[in-house]
Write a protein that binds this ligand. Sequence first.
Ligand code: SF4
Length: 339
Amino acid sequence: MSADIKDRATPSALEVRGLCKSFDVSAPWLNRVIERRERQILRAVDDIDFNVPRGGCLSLVGESGCGKSTVARIVTGLHRPERGEMRFAPGNSGQPMTAQMIFQDPYASLNARWKVFDVIAEPLRELKLRSGKQAIRDRVNELLEVVGLSPADGAKYPHEFSGGQRQRISIARALASEPEFLVCDEPTSALDVSVQAQILNLMRSLQDELGLTYLFISHDLSVVRHMSDRIAVMYLGRIVEEAPTEVLFARTRHPYTQLLLDTIPDVRNPHRDRPLRGGEVPSPLNPPSGCSFHPRCPFADDRCKREKPKLMTCDDGAHIACHRVEESGGLPAGETVSA
Ligand code: SF4
């Protein structure tokens, strides 16, 4: 599928090709011998390609277990890829950019024993970005104000803050290392809906002010809609649809993307019937043959059970892995897949 993603006009901050990652989740050797069990390998990321547009936002979306957080961890260097290439473009310093991560859980990602000042000052000291107490203090105060907190908050401990405020502290800490590329792993999923909007608005305005590039991870298409320039939908370790945001919402083509859209609550019609189609995600330890979505897909036929669909390029910049879409020539503009 590598050849499919070549036609992006925007320069890329990050190009990823053929990325694979597996985990050995086997029981200990002795248990396997006694219980005559095979080794178990979990294919978390299976040959994916994507580009993150420079100064823009690519969102990876999918249900839990689809591999999106593994991708985030590979991009930030927390996991080593098994195969594939990752190429960061040069940043403002002329050196390849490095990615900083904003974690999902603002409760667990901050050291509860440190005051907020020290949490934010640590990268400044470690990376020698500021020297001298006053310069560090000025920068920490500046970062607290950038994320909508006050310099006085530096004297408090993380437990004295609400979830949204803690996520602001996490963002300030990430910004302390002066990154140009941020990987945001479900940064709002632990927060109340009203607070989610505030954090997303903050992230958007920081992107505009500081020229940041985001790789945004979420299970919720409605969250990423207003953040993203492009959206890549993942299912069981593979990208099944990748498109500019407006194209993906205007012409949803992959049946799995349609399923994700069907699960978004509708505030104008909160009691509408939203049939749960297709049941649970199959185990990634034993993925289905052919198109791994076929047990849940209302359009699955024999070919789907046999043959893995390739990611094909449509003339509106979308990339779809689905036999049905391929056979219909990518579907004409305005048409969407429906059951
Ligand atoms: Fe459904 Fe077949 Fe398309 Fe897979 S390839 S999404 S099973 S129609």
